[in-house]
Design a binder for this molecule. Structure first.
Ligand code: SAM
Length: 370
């Protein structure tokens, strides 16, 4: 049952203020605005310069047929090294700033993360949890990753706001994605796989307050942070440390599984295992809905997206974009599966995607029916 208004107010009062502890300290705002401006400039001016160089080269050498043909051409452009360097530089400066904030606030963060009787929901950790080999690697160039300690989870939360250029600080992207999930009837049990600290999990619980919502992830620090943030929002959620390749849930016990921005971090074999697990735990008629990057179909921009992932140390992202995810869902047993283009409201859209002179982050929503 969702908590009453009074219970929520009591819990929020008792919570140690995780959101305010993880806000930007005033003295870091100049560094933050500089980083955001650099990132915006990289996506606009630096991108436009590269595109102009590319169009000049294509006029001379002819248009490449596909991404494989485009890549050496783009790499040979005079503005390519700067474009690549800027991306990695912004990424490393992002983590440096977030690490500094978290280090300076270590005692406050530790106090805010400490378990309390007022915490809502529950957290199921596993002693001696065995991580898959592909996971214990510093994804996104975040030193130490998000799974070793609470500081890693806090740094990840701050950094994600910069990566989304301030457009997802209240998780509005995740709210939109969840609000647009089409379902017949009210789901009773919902899983958010690879939930991190709970962006999608919060949205799911808000949309379906009567359902049991479970957030599952390998990173226990993120689950701890998620529970604290959920408690401050009055959201009663079950947090479970689990590997999505081996779900702890029973067969035919779940109505909806959601996976956002996770599968691109997994090798193809782990994705196949995950899809098989989703099929196993879903009830007949249940749905799996996933949000991921996809190919654009423009050899130039697809080359840049490949670089984008490689420069921030995402080893599986590029091969992932070339996988047939709906086909893999059908192989896992789903009766139907399809992918559609998905756009963030008010920002990217079909017009931006159709315009080769604009940077575009192409999102795809894949839906599979059990
Ligand atoms: C980029 S984050 C995405 C978090 C969140 N879903 C979102 O939309 O912001 C990827 C998450 O997937 C988790 N993850 C990666 N491999 C996993 C696995 N095999 N099982 C469970 N979680 C996994 C990571 O720990 C991380 O929290």
């Amino acid at each position: 049952m969702p908590p009453t208004d009074t219970a929520v107010a009591d819990k929020a009062d008792a919570a140690p203020g995780i959101d305010s502890v993880l806000d930007w300290p005033a003295e870091t705002l100049p560094a933050l605005t500089t980083l955001l401006a650099l990132r915006r400039r990289w996506m606009t001016d630096d991108f436009a310069t590269l595109r102009r160089d590319y169009e000049a080269a294509v006029e001379h050498a002819g248009a490449p047929a596909d991404q494989a043909e485009a890549e050496p051409l783009v790499q040979s452009l005079p503005s390519a090294p700067r474009f690549q360097w800027m991306h990695r530089h912004i990424q490393d400066r992002t983590w440096a700033l977030c690490e500094r904030i978290v280090k300076d606030r270590a005692p406050e963060i530790a106090a805010a993360m400490a378990p309390s009787d007022s915490d809502l929901g529950r957290l199921e950790g596993t002693e001696g949890f065995a991580y898959p080999a592909y996971y214990t690697f510093d994804y996104h160039r975040q030193d130490g990753g998000i799974w070793r300690d609470d500081a890693g989870a806090a740094i990840y939360l701050l950094g994600a706001r910069i990566v989304h250029v301030g457009r997802n600080s209240d998780f509005q992207l995740h709210d939109q994605f969840v609000d647009e999930i089409a379902l017949e009837g009210e789901p009773q049990t919902i899983l958010d796989l690879g939930c991190g600290f709970g962006k999608t999990t919060f949205s799911l619980k808000r949309r379906w307050p009567g359902a049991e919502v479970q957030g599952l992830d390998l990173a226990e620090p993120c689950l701890r942070l998620g529970r604290k943030m959920a408690s401050a929002r009055g959201l009663d959620i079950v947090w479970r440390q689990a590997d999505m390749e081996r779900l702890p849930n029973a067969d035919d016990s779940v109505d909806l599984v959601v996976i956002t921005m996770v599968l691109h971090e997994l090798p193809a074999s782990a994705i196949a295992n995950t899809l098989a697990e989703c099929f196993r735990v879903l009830r007949p008629g249940g749905r799996l809905v996933m949000l991921e990057n996809r190919l654009i179909g423009d050899p130039f921009r697809d080359t840049l997206l490949k670089w984008y992932s490689q420069l921030i140390d995402e080893p599986y992202w590029e091969p992932f974009r070339h996988l047939d995810l709906p086909g893999m869902c059908r192989e896992a047993g789903f009766t139907d599966a399809w992918q559609d283009k998905w756009y963030i409201a008010g920002t990217d859209g079909p017009a931006a995607e159709a315009d080769p002179r604009r940077w575009c982050t192409p999102w795809g929503r894949t839906t599979a029916v059990r």
